[in-house]
Design a protein around this ligand. Structure first.
Ligand code: NDP
Ligand code: PYC
Length: 343
């Protein structure tokens, strides 16, 4: 039993059912059991937290990417330290998750020893949200920044042709309990996955998300996918996106979004390239006074929520609590498409 149809349009899955389904699909497409488990943890976490563009939908993307031959399915990550506070986790063409998990202990150790550390996760196939990795670092009491290029889908501000990726930027700050402050957003108006979901559902896009191949604004998903997405905040998002191309591309010896797209060569696979992580240890800056100053940060968070505004990730954490009890609702059409991957 892998699900219960509870309405005409949705299927409810428990976390265990979703993990097992994901594991079977990924192993069926050639991933080892260990790598499939690491990738599945991220995919299921996305669905659990109601991140529809990076939940079970990603199984369709992973299956296509694995079939395209663009993932090295027997890659063994190589973890090195080229400078005292730097970790290099070379995924050797495999998915990002196994290399990240293998390198995390050394990265945390470096940050604790030096007060800060950087980690370059290189030559990896990247299909996921950044917050699962950000939460894994923050769980060690560290502040973290993380970013990655993707494929050239986004026009720079003032341009009309795709050059940048959707280039997400994520940040995490430790808080008491298990709900750290985390934001994680594409530097495009929305993630590419959101446009793909709008196309699947036949829905109109938001204004300002994209232009067609004629350079004119469009709210049609097909036209947007053929044209170019736009950065959020005009020139500001565009500059952030370019920064990400640089610091998670040439700085770490990895691909820009345009290079990843060229490597893809029309396969339509997930981006291949690098992810940069920076970790800051509050104790490295403040020693025994760290707790006192982190408490001052709590006053800031309280002031935000106290005026009725919400913090980033608050919606995700609420979904996490809800799905733990009720299970995860998955569109029936998506569920059937995922099951069809097992044939
Ligand atoms: P969203 O615009 O949906 O959300 C971005 C962030 O803003 C989240 O942290 C969200 O928190 C927060 N947020 C949203 N609305 C509010 C609000 N009203 N008040 C306060 N905070 C708010 O995400 P995107 O479409 O930009 O990106 C979705 C995902 O796609 C990201 O996880 C990103 O990592 C991933 N992605 C991955 C790429 C890759 O190359 N691997 C490329 C591009 C995107 P909450 O979740 O709680 O709503
Ligand atoms: O949704 O833009 C996106 C995306 C790219 C790679 C993974 N997700």
């Amino acid at each position: 039993m892998t699900g219960n149809a509870d309405t005409d349009s949705m299927v409810t899955l428990s976390l265990a059912e979703a993990q097992s389904l994901s594991q079977r699909v990924l192993e069926h497409h050639g991933l080892s059991a260990a790598d499939a488990a690491a990738v599945s943890r991220t995919i299921v976490a996305g669905q659990r937290d109601d991140c529809q563009s990076h939940g079970l939908y990603r199984l369709l993307v992973c299956a296509h990417t694995l079939r395209s031959g663009k993932v090295v399915t027997d890659a063994v990550p190589n973890i090195t330290s080229p400078a005292p506070a730097v970790v290099r986790a070379d995924a050797r063409g495999g998915y990002a998750q196994p290399a990240f998990e293998a390198a995390l202990p050394l990265f945390v150790d470096k940050a604790r020893t030096h007060g800060l550390a950087a980690m370059a996760l290189t030559d990896c196939v990247h299909f996921s949200a950044l917050w699962p990795e950000v939460e894994a670092v923050v769980a060690h009491g560290l502040v973290v920044l993380c970013c990655t290029p993707s494929h050239a889908w986004v026009a720079p501000a003032g341009g009309t042709k795709p050059l940048f990726g959707t280039n997400p930027l994520a940040f995490g700050w430790p808080r008491p309990g298990d709900t750290p402050f985390v934001f994680d957003f594409a530097t495009s108006g929305v993630a590419r996955g959101e446009i793909e979901l709008h196309r699947r559902a036949g829905k109109t896009l938001g204004e300002g998300w994209a232009i067609g191949s004629d350079g004119q604004p469009t709210t049609d998903a097909e036209a947007a996918l053929a044209g170019a997405m736009l950065t959020f905040g005009g020139h500001k998002g565009s500059a952030l996106s370019l920064m990400i191309e640089l610091i998670a591309g040439p700085l770490i010896g990895d691909m820009t979004s345009a290079e990843s797209m060229a490597f893809d060569d029309g396969a339509g696979a997930s981006p291949r390239g690098g992810v940069l992580f920076l970790a800051l240890d509050p104790a490295g800056f403040l020693g025994a006074a760290a707790a006192e100053h982190l408490q001052r940060a709590e006053q800031l968070f309280d002031a935000i929520t106290g005026m009725g505004a919400r913090l980033p990730s608050q919606r995700r954490y609420a979904a996490r609590a809800r799905t733990a009890v009720e299970g995860m609702k998955v569109p029936k059409g998506l569920y059937e498409d995922v099951l069809a991957l097992l044939k």
